[in-house]
Every structure is written in C-alpha cells, then in structure tokens.
Write a protein that binds this ligand. Structure first.
Ligand code: NAD
Ligand code: IPM
Ligand code: MN
Length: 342
C-alpha cells in the first residue's frame, strides 16, 4: 500500500516550495497525498489555524509534510485573535512531537555562500535536538492591568525523554545547553541530563554549556559540536543561527518526532518568508531536504531519501544558486534542476 502523506502548504512561500517537494516525491515513489489548509489560510477559511479535522487527518497519516505558516495579514498583538503559529504549536502538541531534529551539515559546494570563512565551517556536522512540546512556549501566559507573563516549566520526565533522543543520536558527544546560572528549569534540566548520562550513557561524552556561550561557540568553533540538546526556545534561536553555517536559512530541514510508531512531522526550519512570497525567489531546498528526512525517518525509505539528498547536492555542485545563496535561480528553475538529477 502506498504511504499516506498529509501535506500542509500553509502561507507565504509555503505553497510555492510544497509544489516542488510533491513533484520530487512523485518521481520517487507512489505516495498518496491529502492536502489541508493550515495556519493563516485555515484562519481565513475556518476561523482557526488548526481544525479538529486537520489534526485528526495528521494523527492518522503515515507522515505529515509542512511548508510554513504566518504572515503580516495575521500579525496582531490582540491576545484574543487567532494566530497562524497557534496552529503549528497545536499540531506539535496534538501529535506528541517532543523531539525536533535539526541537522546542520554545511555542504562543500556552499562553503563560499556562508558569511563565515571556509576554514571555520569545514567538516561541521552537528545536530540540534530541540525539545518541542514544553517550556515557555506552552506554559501559562496572560496579560492583565498593564502586565504580562509567560511561564517556563519542565518536568523531569519531559527532560528525560528528550535527553534519551540526544544520547541515542550522538556519535561522540552531547552538549547540553541551558541557563543554569539563572533559571530553575535549567538547573532541573542539567541535573536530569547528568543523571541519565551516568545511568545509561557513560560511553558518550557529556558537557554542559550556558546558552549565551553556546551562541558564540556556534560561530567561533562549530566543529566542536556533535549533538546539542536544549529546551524549546533556546533550540529555536540557536538553530536559526546555525543555519548560516550552511549558507542560508533556506537550506535547513527538520524532523519532529514523538514516540516510536507515531507519525512524524517534517518541515523546513525557516518561516513563510512574506518578504519574498509570490516573487518566485524562494529556495526550495530546505523543503526538499525535509521531504528527504520524511522518507528516511518517517517512511523508512533510506534509498529514496539518499537519492533526493544527492540530487540537491549535485545541483549545488553544478552551480545552482537561488537568491538567498547569492545567485539568481528561481524556485522553479531550482526545482527543475534538482528533479532532473533524480
Ligand atoms: P522567515 O524564516 O520566514 O524569514 C527570514 C528571512 O529569511 C527572510 O528574509 C526570508 O526571505 C528569508 N528566507 C526564509 N526562508 C527562505 C527560503 N526558503 N528561501 C529564501 N529566503 C528565505 O522568518 P520571519 O520573517 O521572522 O517570519 C515570517 C513568518 O513566518 C512569521 O509569521 C513567523 O511566525 C513565521 N514562521 C513560521 C515558521 C514555520 O511555519 N515553521 C518558522 C519560522 C517563522
Ligand atoms: C520554528 C518557528 C516556530 C517556533 C514558530 C513559527 C512558532 O520559529 O519552527 O522554528 O518558534 O517553533
Ligand atoms: Mn524558528
């Protein structure tokens, strides 16, 4: 039976890059797709960013492929108005996707596209393991009488399950990133990761690093890192920073996973890029590499995943550059070039 994929094109450049990913998947196998409106598009159609029907479809799929949500049309500071991003958070929570994997592997063909010098980034191969369903993103928040608060909370169990993912993924070392010099959640984080390490993973090197230092080390000495494990908001910020090692945020894919057997969600790290939506300039490669992560982690199709990744790499070696990488290839031309390589 063909794998059932729910596609969520979303907003902005989302539909433009999703079209390229679906075309690539069609070359690679016999997949069935069920498309749903999501984010701002779902607010316009249904008044909410994530309908019950869409969430149920995602839970019942073999995998979910998402492009991006959000845009100025739905930007508001009104706490009672619906936001596209609520759909994304609701989907991650509703599907139990607590582990977000963001691999950062600068390709030799793109060393010259990074603002960092080649000798800095050469041979960097790191993985950000971001906790995705806890922390300040999901704690109590409110605004009252000219004051507002957001609460950051973590339980031992939430920290343990994400630390397991990080240790299992490590080849040599786990760097646990926190702010234990200030935050109580970070002190529980550090204590829990240390205990798990000594009980189950003594053969893996563990180091703790404060998040401000980690932000600096990521650009000063990126080769230092193997697996970085961190809480929700630190992981969000550090992964956008790490994207520049690869040349552009338009290159970074991600996989969001829950317990074994449950469907995963695969999406680029970047957003809906409203500033270039509709201009045909979007780089579709983070989307294609997310589809490759879906093939590998979500559908068990290692060969097709590798084929898609090498089609992207070969196009870059042959000189393909979208605008974010300093070239002038359109989304369409980039897609066609990569598809021709498949
Ligand atoms: P963004 O990632 O959308 O864009 C940041 C910059 O990177 C922009 O200049 C954009 O043009 C560029 N960029 C991003 N992706 C690109 C691509 N594939 N090709 C070429 N250039 C690309 O971040 P932002 O501007 O802060 O956010 C815009 C909207 O996207 C907001 O509403 C935000 O909430 C949302 N967002 C959604 C997701 C998601 O759906 N997973 C992720 C991040 C941001
Ligand atoms: C991401 C995005 C989201 C996040 C937003 C859109 C809610 O920035 O996936 O990195 O902060 O998790
Ligand atoms: Mn982000």
């Amino acid at each position: 039976m063909s794998a059932r994929i729910v596609t969520l094109p979303g907003d902005g450049i989302g539909p433009e890059i999703m079209a390229v990913a679906v075309a690539a998947l069609d070359r690679l196998g016999d997949f069935s797709y069920e498309e749903h409106v999501f984010g701002g598009a779902a607010i316009d159609a249904h008044g909410t960013a994530l309908t019950e029907e869409t969430l149920e479809a995602c839970r019942g799929a073999d995998a979910v492929l998402l492009a991006a949500v959000g845009g100025p049309k739905w930007d508001t500071t009104d706490p009672d108005a619906p936001r596209p991003e609520q759909g994304l958070l609701g989907l991650r929570k509703g599907m139990g996707l607590y582990a977000n994997l963001r691999p950062v592997r600068p390709l030799p063909a793109l060393y010259d596209a990074s603002p960092l010098r080649e000798e800095r980034i050469r041979d960097t191969n790191l993985l950000v393991v971001r906790e995705l369903t806890g922390g300040i993103y999901f704690g109590d928040r409110a605004r009252r009488d000219g004051r507002a608060h957001d609460t950051c909370e973590y339980s031992t169990a939430e920290i343990e399950r994400i630390a397991h993912v990080a240790f299992a993924a490590a080849e040599s070392k786990v760097t646990s990133v926190d702010k234990a010099n200030v935050l109580e959640t970070s002190r529980l984080w550090r204590e829990t990761v240390s205990r798990l390490h000594s009980e189950h993973y003594p053969h893996v090197e563990l180091e703790h690093m404060l998040v401000d230092n980690a932000a600096m080390q990521l650009v000063a000495a990126p080769r230092h890192f193997d697996v970085i494990v961190t809480e929700n908001m630190f992981g969000d910020i550090l992964s956008d920073e790490a994207a520049m090692l690869t040349g552009s945020i338009g290159m970074l894919p991600s996989a969001s996973l829950g317990d074994p057997g449950a469907p995963g969600l695969f999406e680029p790290v970047h957003g809906s890029a409203p500033d270039i939506a509709g201009t045909g300039k979007a780089n579709p490669m983070a989307m294609l590499l997310s589809a490759a992560m879906m093939l590998r982690h979500g559908l068990g199709r290692q060969e097709e995943a590798a084929a898609l990744e090498s089609a992207v790499e070969r196009a870059l070696r042959d000189g393909l550059r979208t605008a974010d990488l300093g070239g002038d290839a359109s989304t369409e031309r980039a897609g066609r070039t990569i598809l021709d390589n498949l």
